[in-house]
Design a protein around this ligand. Structure first.
Ligand SMILES: [Zn+2]
Length: 311
């Protein structure tokens, strides 16, 4: 049932108008069983403007867009779809300026749409990664400061000394489950210890794979096994298994997105950019239509108020 499009031109041919997009959305959202977004009861009355719940205790009116990110926006569904396509299909994402030019909309609208789209990629209370016999690479990076230009040994020294570093940098933790190579990025809040966040994100029955920083040595004791890659001894790949290259590769893609496309990301919005990037990474093997449908399914019940974003 997947739509057939590989290029942007095919995409616009396929989704030729807002109504085609609406029909696609209805099929993805309800898959034939239309249910009330307020109480969940199925088989509503069809009215001339949408639906009315059949449940006597509810009887609320709703439309196909109720409760979704597309509700109450002036932007047409086709424009929304194109924005989702562009945001997920481009390797490094798309800036609000570029999106506004590509779609002929105001930059402010483009900015708002991209934030809503990113919000949909957020997993609420995700389960710990890994498990028995599974290797999870863990590493951290610093975004938004000068640290990345520093010499490696100096950088390591600073890492060892102080995890919070200076005001303008955000510490981002990366977790990568080997096998399918699923990545997760998490901002490390200032008051948080690395080991506490590792505990939350990696199941203790996993094999932990990290660099030799002291904090990892300590938390490593709580895991089934802990493998340490000692960069200072040029031990990058002792054998095929012992490395943190996969998470470092994911970090470098992230860095290219942040510095290449967005130039600057405020700490407040950092986590949602990380989610967007991780989503693209984790769906890298999917074809464009499959990824598009997967992304679209995430937009139900994800309304994000403009006030909340700019507060
Ligand atoms: Zn209802």
């Amino acid at each position: 049932m997947f739509a057939q499009f590989g290029s942007l031109a095919q995409f616009f041919d396929y989704f030729k108008d807002d109504d085609t997009c609406l029909q696609y959305w209805i099929s993805v959202r309800w898959n034939g069983n239309i249910s009330c977004p307020h109480c969940g009861s199925e088989n509503p009355y069809v009215t001339n403007r949408g639906y009315k719940c059949r449940n006597v205790g509810c009887q609320k009116k709703f439309s196909a867009l109720s409760g979704s990110i597309f509700e109450n926006t002036k932007v047409g569904l086709r424009t929304w779809f194109a924005a989702i396509y562009l945001c997920t299909a481009h390797k490094k994402g798309i800036s609000s300026l570029q999106l506004s030019r590509d779609l002929g909309i105001h930059q402010k609208s483009a900015w708002y749409m991209l934030h809503r789209i990113r919000e949909a990629f957020k997993a609420e209370a995700p389960e710990p990664m890994g498990g028995e016999g599974t290797i999870v690479e863990v590493d951290e990076t610093y975004i938004g400061g000068k640290l990345k230009n520093m010499h490696n040994s100096k950088r390591r020294e600073m890492k060892e000394k102080k995890r919070g570093i200076s005001d303008n940098k955000t510490v981002v933790m990366g977790y990568l489950e080997r096998g399918d190579n699923i990545v997760r990025f998490r901002v490390l809040p200032r008051q948080y210890m690395i080991k506490d966040q590792v505990r939350e994100n990696v199941d203790s029955s996993s094999v932990l794979m990290t660099d030799s920083a002291t904090t990892y040595t300590i938390i490593g004791r709580e895991y089934a096994h802990h493998e340490i890659v000692d960069h200072s001894r040029k031990e990058y790949v002792r054998d095929k298994v012992l490395h943190t290259n996969t998470i470092e590769g994911a970090f470098s893609l992230l860095d290219r997105m942040i510095t290449g496309i967005y130039h600057y990301v405020s700490p407040k919005h950092m986590q949602s950019y990380l989610n967007e990037n991780a989503y693209r990474y984790n769906t890298r093997k999917a074809t464009i239509p499959v990824r598009f449908e997967d992304a679209i399914q995430k937009f139900e019940g994800k309304r994000l108020l403009y006030k909340k974003l700019t507060a």
